[in-house]
Design a protein around this ligand. Sequence first.
Ligand code: IDP
Ligand code: MG
Length: 154
Amino acid sequence: MEKTLVLIKPDGLQKSLTGNILTKLSEAKLEIVGAKVVRVSRDLAEKHYQHLKDKPFFEELLKYFQGKLHGPHFERVLALVYQGEDAINRVRKIAGATNPEEADPTTIRGAYGRITTKGVFENVIHASSDPKNAQREIDLWFKPEEIVICPEDK
Ligand code: IDP
Ligand code: MG
């Protein structure tokens, strides 16, 4: 059993894609064990994307991730934790490649993502990349009591 963090980023919310994204993700046959709306502070954004802090696009990425490119109503993300067998890879497959122009058009990022004129990949969702990152990210975004696990799975 694996858990993985999914974030519907501000562009996904602004484009009214929440329903489409959740429907797509339901193909993975996983369980939702956590969900909430979060206003992303600079500190949280920096921690979440700490592996990219030396990249030239880091500042623009933080702005995008905090919703500062999408107006005051979209300064938020929808955070979800999915659980199930091979959850991390199953969700990554449905999410698609990081670069929305290289992503398969049938994936979420391929269908709905874009690259801004400033070069940010607005790719609609985040999905944890591997078990170590999934654990780190779930601990960063959720308190233990916000995760609802079936007693039989404990
Ligand atoms: P991932 O989201 O597929 O795991 P990461 O390399 O962890 O990819 O990058 C995190 C986020 O940073 C991406 O989802 C995308 O929004 C942005 N990003 C990554 N690489 C680039 C780039 O080369 N140019 C612009 N934005 C990028
Ligand atoms: Mg990543």
